[in-house]
Ligand binder design. Structure first.
Ligand code: SAH
Ligand code: SF4
Length: 351
């Protein structure tokens, strides 16, 4: 027991643990240790970012995808999905609404949709970049060759989100078909970081076949890779996928891992994700109380929100941007958080 407490103190003070220490902590933590880590993680977040929460406007611009990840509701083989793709005008209109509501970061996320070629993505990014020069553009559009990532970067995208999903190669193979190799994902991540993107990675918590060892590998990977952002959320089953009958990941474990990641990488940008907000109604607020400091309100037009169903019962407020942000601001104020109107860069990339 005291051994466990020493491990927790080491994480809090030294920001690093060995494989064996992570294992002891994950397998034997009790409520007291869990709370000790949560409060230390929140304190660390306050020290670096204060009570400010960064907000990013999420634009889910297409649910068409040529990939076939077993866990994902919009995978290619799911013929029950009603597919959509926003036009460039619609995407720009989302940015306009978001800008007027006070957002200064736009996240363009979507399936790997062949319509959106390198040229089309570049022209979209450069149009947004020209119109909203005080905003940051984040892309979350999957795997591309290095040259494409370089062109997106030159067009004005400064940040990229690409979760590794699991850092364990064998586990990765159980979540994806053989033509989506683990090595490609890892190479993409290395290229993004090397090009100079503020890079976000992350993993699914409680995905099928995940073991404690897999989670430890993810934590050790994060420590080595040193991303600027980390997105984690519980795996939630999606109907008409190979994993539709699998058990959902634990939100309690997700919250613990948010605290653990905050302590391991104190300056990292850490969103309280929609999946966490779907798994439990107070998920996003709890995420912040466990060391998250980013929230990504949905800017997609309300008519398409149900169609971007990565998993079942995905929450969305149904509100337009301004209304939604106002409600969020009020909710966060109750816990003495403030919503920052700023780009919210990673500390090492401050503009
Ligand atoms: N196509 C891009 C971006 C869209 S998917 C990509 O794959 O990178 C964004 C994230 O949604 C994925 O990285 C994955 O971690 C998450 N996701 C997909 N299906 C999910 C599910 N069933 N439960 C929880 N998260 C899921
Ligand atoms: Fe496509 Fe991303 Fe879903 Fe995989 S997780 S099927 S790449 S949208």
């Amino acid at each position: 027991m005291s051994d466990l407490r020493e491990i927790a103190e080491k994480l809090i003070v030294e920001h690093t643990l060995s494989r064996e220490e992570w294992q002891r902590l994950l397998e034997h933590r009790d409520r007291e240790i869990t709370e000790r880590i949560r409060s230390a993680a929140r304190r660390e977040t306050d020290r670096i970012f204060g009570r400010q929460v960064f907000v990013r406007g999420l634009i889910e611009f297409t649910n068409i995808c040529k990939k076939d990840c077993y866990y994902c509701g919009i995978r290619k083989s799911n013929s029950c999905v009603e597919r959509y793709r926003l036009t460039e005008e619609e995407i720009l209109s989302c940015c306009k609404d978001g800008y007027e509501a006070g957002l200064r970061t736009f996240v363009l996320q979507g399936g790997e949709d062949g319509y959106f070629t390198e040229e089309r993505i570049c022209s979209l990014v450069s149009e947004i970049h020209t119109k909203y020069q005080d905003c940051a553009i984040t892309l979350s559009v999957g795997e591309w060759k290095r040259e494409s990532y370089e062109r997106f970067f030159s067009a004005g995208a400064e940040r990229f989100l690409l979760r590794q999903e699991t850092a364990n190669a064998e586990h990765y193979g159980k979540l994806h078909p053989a033509n989506q190799p683990y090595e490609t994902r890892m190479e993409c991540l290395r290229n993004l970081k090397d090009i100079g993107y503020q890079t976000g990675c992350g993993f699914l918590v409680g995905s099928p076949y995940q073991t404690t060892d897999c989670i430890i590998e993810d934590l050790l990977f994060l420590e080595r890779f040193r991303p600027q952002m980390v997105g984690i959320g519980p795996f939630l089953p999606a109907k008409n996928t190979p994993f539709e009958a699998k058990k959902a990941g634990s939100s309690e474990l997700t919250l613990f891992l948010l605290s653990a990641i905050r302590l391991s990488l104190p300056e990292v940008l850490l969103p309280a994700t929609t999946a966490l907000g779907t798994a439990r109604s107070d998920g996003r607020l709890q995420g912040l109380l466990h060391g998250a400091n980013v929230i990504m309100p949905n800017l997609s037009p309300t008519r398409v929100r149900d169609k971007y169903a990565l998993y079942d019962n995905k929450v969305h407020s149904g509100n337009e941007a301004a209304e939604h942000l106002e409600a969020l601001r009020k909710e966060l104020e109750k816990e003495e958080f403030t919503v920052a109107i700023s780009r919210g860069d990673s500390p090492g990339f401050a503009k």
